[in-house]
Design a protein around this ligand. Structure first.
Ligand SMILES: O=C(O)CCC(=O)C(=O)O
Length: 324
């Protein structure tokens, strides 16, 4: 295992943003500005009608269906936020980062912490070296940077946590087909928010988002989530160890008095966005599908409720990385 000695998400210590240098990204050989052409800034409609979990598709972003679902269930899904062409570009960006993270003897970052680029690679018994997580990849790739401050993300977030938002997490997650070690034990994301006191309104001010790049199904290791658990407070699931080294075990829920029958698989198509709160119980299992399962995770907090992270949107305006 490389780079993340501890539970990676608990390394929320330093609040020093790194400068965002396009020149540096070019020098690293992982910038491809042509692939930005699929990214337009601006609101786009949502096309599909869909009754899968998370509720029906919204008729246009900003329509508040996801808000009611988020408050009631502790999570929601907004369908078809990103177009197929945009997801294709995102997938290529994932591939660029993956190649860098798994390259032999490459100068991958030797440490990763809050607001730092880092790669979590592991030796998989079937596939050899795989990368499970890359943190803050937006520093390395303009496509990924554009997505985290896309105005459609703001349209989803604003009715929940406002239009002045700081970003606390940013990660690519991979579950390559055939990999054995890709589970996340059940947990609540509040465990990663340190120091706890820095989150002044943890229940209502934070939204974690996941953009699906591949079909995200129970078979491919979808996020499994416990609706309603956002009202239960801190259940201390997962103990002290890293949750990404833990198996997804329903016994963990039963031990906290939660009936595993209440679990849902958050099934997503590429371009859908799932969101959940800091206390919503979730995890995910192995990928049994014949394709990779990738998600782009970004977590945002109301700026008035937390001074950590980096600006994402200031009074509704997207902020480049490194603006404090
Ligand atoms: O990628 C996954 O399935 C795990 C996501 C998750 O549990 C998290 O980001 O907290």
């Amino acid at each position: 295992m490389k780079y993340f000695g501890k539970d990676i998400y608990s390394r929320n210590i330093s609040n020093t943003p790194r400068p965002f240098h396009v020149k540096t990204m070019r020098a690293l050989g992982i910038i491809n500005l042509t692939s930005c052409s699929d990214w337009g800034i601006g609101l786009m409609g949502v096309q599909r009608g869909d009754q899968r979990n998370g509720g029906p598709a919204v008729a246009g972003l900003g329509w508040p269906g996801h808000v009611a679902r988020f408050h009631e269930h502790g999570y929601a899904v907004v369908r078809s936020v990103f177009t197929p062409a945009e997801i294709d570009a995102l997938a290529v960006a994932f591939d660029r980062i993956y190649a860098r993270a798994t390259r032999d003897e490459d100068g991958a970052p030797a440490a990763a912490g809050h607001l730092e680029v880092g790669f979590r690679t592991v030796e998989d018994p079937h596939l050899g070296r795989i990368c499970r997580i890359a943190t803050w990849p937006a520093y390395l790739d303009p496509v990924l940077d554009r997505v985290r401050i896309d105005r459609r993300m703001l349209a989803i977030l604003e009715p929940l946590i406002g239009r002045s938002l700081r970003q606390i997490t940013s990660q690519l997650h991979w579950k390559p087909a055939g990999a054995e070690r890709v589970e996340f034990g059940f947990h609540q994301d509040i465990r990663f928010r340190r120091p706890r006191g820095a989150y002044r309104n943890a229940v209502r001010s934070f939204v974690q988002t996941a953009i699906a790049v591949d079909p995200h199904r129970a078979e491919s290791g979808a996020i499994r989530l416990y609706p309603g658990s956002h009202r239960l407070g801190d259940l201390a699931l997962g103990g002290d160890g890293p949750v990404l080294d833990q198996a997804l075990t329903e016994d963990d829920l039963a031990a906290r008095g939660l009936d595993p029958a209440g679990l849902v698989d958050v099934e997503l198509d590429p371009g859908d966005v799932a969101l959940w709160g800091l206390f919503t119980v979730h995890g995910s299992g192995v990928n049994r599908a014949d394709h990779s399962r990738r998600v782009y995770i970004n977590g945002y907090v109301t700026a008035a409720d937390c001074d950590l992270g980096t600006w994402a949107f200031r009074d509704g305006q997207p902020c480049p990385l490194g603006t404090g």
